[in-house]
Design a protein around this ligand. Structure first.
Ligand code: GLC
Length: 521
């Protein structure tokens, strides 16, 4: 393995593989485990330490795998358990660790438990694994409370006998009741199933969900799409105190497999509330989403760094930086798209990789992939359907990765058809073209990851802010790395010292607008 020790993850670079879109090994236009296995050498050469693979479990794909019908098997579209074991063995032989998603908050409506719940009567033990309630109003025809689904519409669906069930996400994703010991025991069984096969850890989906408040009270009303991501105190669907008991159970399992870890998807913006998930007997890591949501603007970026560090201060956890993932517009696009967005994304990559702690890359970050505007007919995200077209959803950031060649599917698949269409004109974006170009985004990432892994300048936790020209951010790491980002409208002088790497040409001794540099004295 690249990084040794049981806490190998403390400064690791993880690479998120959105399995449907990474590499297709059987020509059906959907990425799979065999395709990923064939690209492990690329990931090793890129210089990442570990992978996070998004759900590959049996699923009707109402939410592209986040609706899990059986958490202890492999969806045939993605392969089978033998293929997974072979992938794990190959990855470990190359020094890459493998982490996988677990989705505790809900199952698919096709999970055996939910089918049994529908077939059973109100009040039965089968229904008690989920959140079934009688409705309000005459004949119980109104939902039990006012909670909206994150994907739009109410969070409740009525079944033929008149009861309602809770689904914070799509109706095909019924929420489990974590007050039921059987539910917690089943999660532990899932963790052990994959740990026994040899996985190195997990990404916990909706890690601030799971617990629901007693009595399921109405929440503070929000806009009628329900698409709120800053789950503040009035939002009873998330961040309930009871969730921490679940995290302690997860951690107890992990502690019996030394060297394994979990990162939580915790959409909680308050620093102190987030820190609660990182107590010594809970999650090892929680994504700090503040960089992912910050504007390209000096105060916003500095605040994102300051608050992400403040949230982990006093906990055992390092910060955990994310620029993009499969749920949000990609950062090239957020920062202005085209040349401008790409230029800024290069600088952002150096920011992310200079910060102390863990970095999560999303597949295609290293190619500078932008979002793609898809025609209505191509859209597949449940958000598009649930919001009745008011929200286009997340397909734009989930386009398959272009590997080689000059036509769709650019080596992603043996055929030209892909589950989301790939655009014309992506020849220069392919991994193959970028590998041959020292000025490419991929070459920047390779150089940055090699330096980060090999230079003592990156050692030590924490950072010291340095005085810098107006509109710039500058800090020093304990090991000596000096980072400078220029967000002002004019070039600024580089710090004294040797430039290890810069996001653009700095031969004149100045750092241009929207560029970043790594310098050692
Ligand atoms: C998480 C996933 C997202 C999924 C949701 C429901 O937010 O990242 O893709 O739709 O959980 O499982």
């Amino acid at each position: 393995m690249g990084t040794t020790g049981t806490d190998w993850w403390r400064d690791a670079v993880f690479y998120q593989v959105y399995i449907r879109s990474f590499a297709d090994g059987n020509g059906d236009g959907v990425g799979d485990l065999r395709g990923l296995r064939g690209r492990l050498g690329y990931l090793r050469d890129l210089g990442v330490d570990a992978l996070w693979i998004t759900p590959f479990f049996p699923s009707p794909m109402a939410d592209h795998g986040y609706d899990v019908a059986d958490p202890r098997d492999v969806e045939p579209v993605f392969g089978d358990l033998d293929e997974f074991d072979a992938l794990l063995a190959d990855a470990h032989a190359l020094g890459l660790r493998i982490t996988i998603d677990v989705v505790p908050n809900h199952t698919s409506s096709e999970h055996a438990w939910f089918r049994a719940a529908l077939a059973a009567a109100p009040g039965s033990p089968e229904r008690a694994r989920y959140v079934f309630r009688d409705g309000r109003g005459p004949d119980g025809a109104e939902p039990p409370n006012n909670w909206p689904s994150v994907f739009g519409g109410p969070a409740w669906t009525r079944v033929p006998d008149g009861q309602w069930y809770l689904h914070i996400f799509a109706p095909e994703q019924p929420d489990l009741d974590f007050g039921n010991p059987e539910v917690v025991a089943d999660l532990e069984e899932t963790l052990r199933f994959w740990l026994d096969r040899g996985v190195d850890g997990f990404r916990i989906d909706v890690a601030h969900g799971m617990a629901k408040p007693a009595g399921l009270p109405d929440m503070v009303p929000m806009d009628d799409t329900g698409l709120l991501d800053d789950h503040g105190p009035g939002d009873h669907r998330f961040d309930q105190d009871g969730v921490h008991a679940v995290h302690r159970r997860i951690r107890a399992v992990l502690d019996s497999y030394p060297g394994t870890m979990a990162v939580g998807e915790v959409w909680v913006s308050d620093d102190d509330r987030l820190a609660r998930y990182l107590r010594p007997d809970e999650l090892q890591l929680a994504f700090n989403f503040k960089l992912l949501t910050a504007e390209w603007e000096p105060t916003a970026l500095r605040d994102a760094v300051v608050h992400s560090l403040a949230a982990v201060d006093g906990t055992p956890a390092p910060a955990c930086w994310v620029l993009s993932n499969h749920d949000r517009p990609r950062h090239v696009t957020r920062y202005g798209d085209g040349e401008l967005g790409t230029r800024r994304a290069r600088a952002a990559a150096l920011l992310q990789l200079a910060l102390p702690g863990v970095a999560y890359l999303y597949n295609g970050d290293e190619l500078g992939m932008p979002d793609v505007d898809l025609p209505d007919a191509a859209l597949q995200d449940p958000i598009w359907f649930r919001s009745e077209g008011a929200e286009r959803g997340r397909d734009a950031c989930r386009i398959p990765v272009p590997w080689s060649g000059s036509e769709p599917s650019y080596g992603f698949s043996s055929g030209s058809g892909t589950w989301l269409p790939m655009p014309e004109g992506w020849t220069a974006l392919t991994a193959e073209a970028q590998a041959a170009d020292p000025a490419s985004m991929q070459s920047l990432y390779r150089a940055a990851l090699a330096l980060r892994a090999g230079s003592p300048a990156f050692s030590g936790e924490g950072l010291e802010w340095l005085p810098s020209p107006e509109g710039c951010l500058a800090f020093r790491r304990p090991g000596g790395l000096v980072f400078l980002l220029n967000l002002s409208s004019a070039p600024v002088p580089l710090p004294e010292g040797t430039v290890l790497l810069a996001s653009t040409d700095v031969t004149g001794g100045e750092l241009p607008t929207d560029a970043a540099a790594w310098v050692v004295a």
